[in-house]
Design a protein around this ligand. Structure first.
Ligand code: PEP
Ligand code: MG
Length: 553
């Protein structure tokens, strides 16, 4: 008899496979005297250090690319002669190999941290190597993402960015986590890489290695030990999804033919070819600040023009929405705002920081106008974090003065959503940034893990604000785009269209799933889903109500 667990599904995929748990971090080895001689302990330490270096190197060779370099550097750490000497000295004083390795790595780690900068950042790598050597000495699985030769479903508490960097996507059939919500790092990764995932499954850690499970993201369920009928049904559904994904090409559209252009979110021209290949019909959000995150001084007009031209040339004949530099909070740009602030998300950020440095804003708009003049993309420009009608007027007037013909604003603050009709009287378009709009509507810092569960764009309060902008768009006949993470959630994307969004912009890897999902429903159905979501009391209820309604269509 199968049983099932539930959580929050990411996307609509389904996968069947055997569980492999991410081992828990190892406890600190006890500091008790060794029962062996120092020489015997030295031999144990030597063998485990050498084996760990060889295993890490082997992983690097299999991973290739930049992971190979990272892992090669880690292998060298396990062979570092200073460290090995330090371990030897500690063993001579009667410690166990486990304890000596732990202590020697920890003291080396503290040294690196005190050096700061690049060396300090290597401290985590050193911790990882230390844990691996200790695990080898104890004969238990190494911590971190398991790396077997066969495909598996990864079950973990949650995944850290360092874990996910080395995930071998050809082996990971699906992800199931006990923690994390729809905007956790795991969820973002799953969406970005189109991995089947269900997060926030409270009892996930009770799943034993090797147990067969069906992971169904559309319903947010994990079926444990499925019957052969359940397995066959899941495999058929997976094949159907794969077929729908590959057949859903061409412009984004609902089942009744209503066009919903699907655009890409990009942070540099480097992603342009990939976005086009995945069917992006243009760019809905070009995050220009990503080009200059490392700069300590403002970029020159020429430097910017070259960057913008590269992107516009790649999207010749298509729409490209460029966002003016969005500095502050999660995206610090020291040349725009270097002042320490108690609440940076509520501080001098976005358009406010640009306005306080108007020459930088003018330079950026001029660079963009110059790039536009030399290419034939359809350039739209927008300001981030606009919270008043007056700011809208300021930005659109300046952009037009510089010669840019289509100027709009991002709606990321509730005040702008509530006055969207007045904002759209001036702006040529609005683009809703649901990441920030959710943060400000629920008053929960989007970077703070302790309030991550509030960061859910399915929340009816967020959707109500999106609906206000949609209504204003219809009344004024102006386009309303969505460019936050919400647009990459296939079912939520349908709801957003039901609320009045006319375009959706997302990371390119989400395009296929969103395109396939839009094609399943008519505008009437999308509007019905929107009403269901709006009348819910919580994000969970809204998602649940729409998921159930969509499954019965
Ligand atoms: C948003 O806030 O939704 C958005 C698209 O902008 P960013 O994530 O870059 O702040
Ligand atoms: Mg934003």
């Amino acid at each position: 008899m199968s049983s099932s667990l539930t959580g929050t599904g990411i996307g609509r995929g389904i996968a069947v496979g055997g569980v492999l748990r991410m081992p828990d971090p190892l406890p600190e080895p006890d500091d008790t005297a060794s029962a062996l001689t120092p020489d015997a302990e030295k031999e144990r330490a030597r063998a485990s250090l050498a084996a760990t270096a060889a295993i890490i190197r082997h992983r690097g060779e299999r991973a290739g690319g930049s992971a190979k370099d990272v892992l090669e550097a880690q292998a060298f750490m396990a062979e570092d002669p200073t460290l090995i000497d330090d371990i030897g000295t500690r063993l001579d004083s009667g410690k166990t190999a486990e304890r000596a390795v732990f202590e020697a790595f920890a003291s080396f780690r503290d040294l690196l941290v005190s050096m700061g900068g690049y060396m300090g950042e290597r401290a985590t790598d050193l911790d990882d190597v230390s844990q691996r050597v200790v695990a080898h000495l104890r004969g238990v699985p190494a911590p971190g993402v398991p790396d077997p030769e066969h495909p598996f479903v990864l079950v973990a508490r949650d995944l850290a960015p360092a874990d996910t960097a080395l995930l071998d996507l050809s082996k990971v059939l699906a992800l199931v986590t006990s923690d994390g919500g729809p905007t956790s790092h795991t969820a973002i990764l799953a969406r970005e890489k189109s991995i089947v995932a269900v997060v926030g499954v409270t009892d996930a850690l009770t799943l034993a290695d090797g147990t067969e499970i069906v992971v169904d993201a559309a319903t947010g369920t994990v079926t444990v030990a499925p019957s052969s009928e359940e397995r066959t049904a899941a495999e058929a559904k997976a094949a159907e999804i794969k077929a729908a994904r590959s057949s859903a090409t061409g412009p984004g559209a609902l089942a009744d033919g209503t066009l919903v252009p699907l655009l890409a979110n990009l942070g540099s021209a480097d992603g342009a070819a990939d976005a086009l290949e995945k069917g992006a019909e243009g760019v809905g959000l070009f995050r220009t600040e990503f080009l200059f995150l490392d700069s300590s001084s403002a970029p020159t007009v020429e430097e910017q023009k070259a960057q913008y031209k590269r992107l516009l040339e790649a999207f010749a004949g298509k729409k490209v929405v460029v966002r003016a530099l969005d500095a502050g909070a999660d995206k610090p740009l020291s040349f725009l705002n270097d002042a320490p602030e108690e609440n940076p998300a509520l501080g001098l950020r976005g358009l406010r920081a640009l306005r306080a440095n108007e020459p930088i804003l003018r330079d950026q708009l001029a660079a963009l106008a110059a790039a536009e003049a030399e290419t034939d993309a359809d350039v739209w420009v927008m300001a981030p974090m606009v919270s008043t009608v007056e700011e809208t007027r300021y930005f659109t007037a300046l952009a037009r003065e510089v010669g840019l013909k289509t100027a709009g604003v991002m709606v990321e603050v509730p005040s702008s959503a509530l006055l969207a009709d007045r904002i759209l009287a001036d702006a040529d378009f609005a683009s809703i940034g649901t990441n920030d709009l959710t943060q400000y509507t629920l008053a929960a810092d989007r970077l703070l893990g302790s309030v991550a569960s509030f960061q859910d764009p399915w929340h009816p309060a967020v959707l109500k604000l999106v609906g206000e902008v949609g209504k204003a768009g219809r009344a004024t006949g102006k386009p309303v785009g969505i460019c936050g993470e919400a647009a990459a959630d296939p079912l939520l994307a349908v709801v957003l269209v039901g609320l009045g969004a006319t375009t959706l912009s997302m990371s390119p890897s989400a395009l296929a799933d969103v395109r396939a999902e839009l094609a399943r429903f008519t505008l009437d159905e999308a509007q019905h889903f929107a009403e269901l979501a709006l009348s819910a009391n919580s994000a969970v209820e809204a998602r649940g109500a729409v998921t159930t309604a969509a499954a019965s269509q």
